[in-house]
Design a protein around this ligand. Sequence first.
Ligand SMILES: Cc1ncc(COP(=O)(O)O)c(C=O)c1O
Length: 478
Amino acid sequence: MTPEEFRRAGYAVVDWIADYWATLPQRPVTSQDPPGTVAAGLSAGPPARGEPVEAVLADLDKLVAPGLTHWQHPGFFGYFPANTSGPSVLGDLVSAGLGVQGMLWATGPACTELETVLLDWLADLLDLPARFRSTGRGGGVIQDSASSATLVATLVALHRAAGGRWRQAGVDRRYRVYASTEAHSSVEKAARIAGLGAEGVRLIEVDPATRAMSPAALRAAIEADRAAGLVPALVVATVGTTSTTAVDPLPELGPICAEHGVFLHVDAAYAGAAAVCPELRFGHAGLEYADSYCFDPHKWLLTGFDCDAFWVADAGELVEALTVLPEYLRNAATESGAVIDYRDWQVPLGRRFRALKLWFVLRWYGVEGLREHIRGGVALAAGFADRVRADERFELVADHPYALVCFRLRGPDGPNERLLAAVNATGRIYLTHTRVAGRHTLRLAVGAPQTTQAHVDEAWQLISHTATTLSPPPSRRS
Ligand SMILES: Cc1ncc(COP(=O)(O)O)c(C=O)c1O
């Protein structure tokens, strides 16, 4: 493809994406086709001769788009949002066009330096503790996901627990990781990958009302493990749990970690983005105790997947835990000690120029634009929660400090399961569920970029009407 051919095809692809976004509201949020439909529509193998991009775009329309769950749809309220935006796509396009591999400073100096500066910008934007800034011993890096951030934090924590000898000594089955019963499954996965096995993870009970980790239970577990000769290595606290956006109490958990020399990682994958708004920083109280922290701009900050922002308070410790320097990567800049080589801050060697999409997003929206996006979502969710509260058939199952509302029909699970299936079957909205204290609970997460008051109103009307259809009020005559 020559640059001129690329220019023409590229305009066609950008047009396709713009048309896709413009027509999202007319599409069903989820695919209406049975499993295997997309696979059956594809040709048996690649074409013998090359085809024009128009042929691929036609198949995108015919085969791929109908087989998608449309995460950017204004009626998408499932899981947590996975925002993207025009500036994010354009930044990613530039990254793809440059094709830079930023494993070392020397393999793309701007790739590294832009990332370092942007992570400092973000740290300022979220008002993170000074210890995470690259101007001191700390610093930030972009990981592909919060799961990877948790894995990296686990590896550094094990390195620390082993007195800096983990690199040589490897896994010691006595190490223990602590997280609440509401923590994300990536904590257990990271422990497994790190070789600790499921028995290496202690799930700490939560306060039944707030769903937040109980400091007393954490202390008891750490003390019992120490008494048994085990080695508490890592506590993963969550700001904004996946089920209900509960916030673990860092001001109480932090001192326990400090007292016992346990590494504290804070996972704010979803809720961290809210801290761009000063009034939504309550979850970060006590963050000064944390050794590492992460949030996903790819969830709620208009930056397309994949982009997790991860900070550590001691970059030297992180590099010590992960670095391996083969001869073929040696270079003068690394040896000077004056540069960051981000390959030492992550699991893979290679890395994309992800900072570009973040840079495009930050510059396009500015601080105020990002705050508007977050505040808009929080206000829409609060309005929805008011509707639920005002309808005596329903109950709110948890607080809604951010833009997730957890609710259910009062009574048994069955009608809730049927309600969820029925509203999703309409294709007009999409919700997902969780279990809170064992009870089937519906989750409505606001955050898709095109979602407005009208879409949230429509969601409520659909939910309310469907609940009536499933369980009509008793007839007056009977
Ligand atoms: C609290 C929390 N941590 C981690 C994750 C995993 O995120 P990622 O897909 O970036 O690994 C999620 C996903 O929803 C989450 O809610």
